[in-house]
Design a protein around this ligand. Structure first.
Ligand code: 9WN
Length: 470
């Protein structure tokens, strides 16, 4: 690997530590998110990892992305996990999903049956920026067909109401598994056996049946009851053969997730840019669907303020409970300048930025827990996305503050942790976490990307009818 060091001894030590984490988690063509808790390849993790790796080993960064396509399903889906080391235990391993009964994958890899936020096009462009023009074209050409198939799958399979928003079928697809609104949805389908245990205060026994909570303290993970509910959803998805038409007839919660769709909007813009660079055409049907997502996204806006929420797609109603995901509207570039400025003011309020920002759930949410992954802690990837979005609106002072604070948080936390308490900066979750390391490298390298202006002026302010069923 090359050096990404900048001559400042503190930063140089941090970069060296980050590079070491990536080296330790390197399995050859892929990087596992952490040494033992997450021993396979995760979709959006690999994208963030590639964005950091491009500064130290651009060729390895391209392979991190290319390796994702070996898990691509025949229908175009890029799965959320590709099981890479068959002999290594993971609590939701291939036997839980049995996707081999439903599909083949491009490279014969075993995978889960759901996806994760579509960060791939972003990672492709960021890696492309550090490649020589010819190598960039080759790289673009290698990923383009797979990207088109993936984006087409999202609309064809996961936009059953054909309104431009992608619907998720498992909290793991959001990448932000246990944010309060997602937990509200999943708890609607807690299995009766688990409810029976809860009724007599005995659900603690479920912890005896799990291993993930042995890796990190139990209060930094989901409760046993919640985890077994997620397993139940997997079972329903498996029985429905991961087919959206059948899934709609099950009790699986269906959610139009704000962060996922914000990332999709940006990814679509990248896909257009990649196609233009290659002088290729995108399928007309895909272009039509992509064109509708920015306006559809604004139907996730709560009327009366600048808060974007997830929608319960079955009920057609917004799900109460703000998350950091709402701030990714900045990253999507779908706001008017006044809305962006208002959002920036909200980010620095103490409920989102108690001592460190940006909390994944506000401190006044009844479910707020500073050490429990998406129920409060600050995450490096979210800060990276928000800072990028602020730059799009010229809000660079706050963008810079978020970036500096993020690097300081990691430096003070004593390791590359999965997430950090927004109350006191304590590093929590898994240590030696790859995307934290990769994005610290990227933040310290400074952006090689000029801020991207917002896509286009958004449509008129949200129509209250937007909250009705899509
Ligand atoms: C389930 C790997 C992944 C991240 C997710 C994070 C966590 C997995 C888990 O770890 O989810 O996908 O077992 O909790 O929530 O964002 O991609 O780092």
């Amino acid at each position: 690997m090359q050096s990404a060091q900048d001559g400042n001894p503190v930063n140089d030590r941090l970069v060296a530590a980050a590079v070491q984490v990536l080296r330790d988690n390197d399995l050859g063509e892929i990087t596992k998110p952490s040494p033992t808790l997450y021993p396979h390849q995760w979709l959006w993790d690999s994208c963030f990892i590639a964005i950091g790796l491009r500064h130290v080993d651009p060729d390895r960064a391209t392979r991190e992305i290319l390796s994702l396509f070996r898990g691509q399903w025949t229908n175009g889906m890029l799965p959320h996990v590709i099981f890479s080391q068959s002999d290594v235990y993971y609590h939701a391993g291939p036997e839980r999903w049995r996707t081999d009964l439903v599909t083949a994958t491009a490279g014969g890899a075993e995978t889960t049956g759901v996806t994760q936020p579509p960060m791939v096009a972003e990672a492709v462009v960021r890696v492309g920026e550090v490649l020589e023009p010819r190598a960039r074209t080759d790289f673009y050409r290698a990923v383009f067909p797979g990207l088109v198939r993936y984006h087409s799958w999202m609309y064809r399979e996961r936009d059953p109401w054909d309104n431009g928003l992608v619907t998720l079928v498992h909290p793991w697809e959001s990448g932000m598994d246990n944010t309060p609104p997602w937990m509200r949805m999943t708890r609607q389908v807690t299995p009766w056996r688990v409810r029976a245990l809860q009724a007599v205060n005995s659900d603690g026994v479920l912890d005896l049946l799990r291993r993930d909570s042995k890796e990190v303290p139990a209060d930094e993970r989901l409760s046993g009851a919640d985890l077994f509910t997620l397993y139940r959803i997997i079972r329903e998805l498996r029985d429905a053969r991961y087919d959206m038409r059948r899934i709609m007839d099950t009790s699986v919660p269906l959610v139009q997730d704000v962060a996922f769709n914000a990332i999709l909007i940006r990814a679509n813009a990248h896909l257009v840019a990649i196609a233009e660079a290659l002088d290729e055409r995108l399928p007309a049907g895909l272009k039509r669907c992509m064109g509708r997502t920015p306006d559809a996204f604004r139907t996730l806006l709560r009327s009366g303020d600048s808060t974007f929420l997830n929608r319960d797609a079955r009920a057609g109603t917004l799900i109460p409970g703000e998350t950091v995901g709402g701030f990714l509207a900045l990253y999507a570039g779908v706001l008017r300048a006044d809305e962006a400025a208002h959002m920036a003011e909200r980010i620095i309020q103490p409920r989102w930025w108690p001592r460190l920002g940006v909390a994944s759930a506000p401190t006044d949410d009844a479910e707020f827990k500073p050490h429990c992954y998406w129920q409060g802690p600050a995450w490096v990837n979210m800060n990276w996305l928000i800072a990028d979005g602020l730059d799009r609106y010229g809000l660079s002072e706050l963008a810079g503050r978020i970036r500096r604070q993020t690097v300081e948080m990691v430096a003070a936390g004593g390791g590359m942790f999965e997430y950090y308490s927004p109350l006191d900066g304590q590093g929590v979750g898994s240590d030696h976490f790859s995307w934290t390391a990769a994005l610290v490298i990227d933040l310290l390298a400074g952006s090689v990307t000029a801020p991207v202006p917002p896509q286009r002026p958004p449509a008129a302010r949200v129509d209250p009818a937007g909250q009705s069923r899509p």
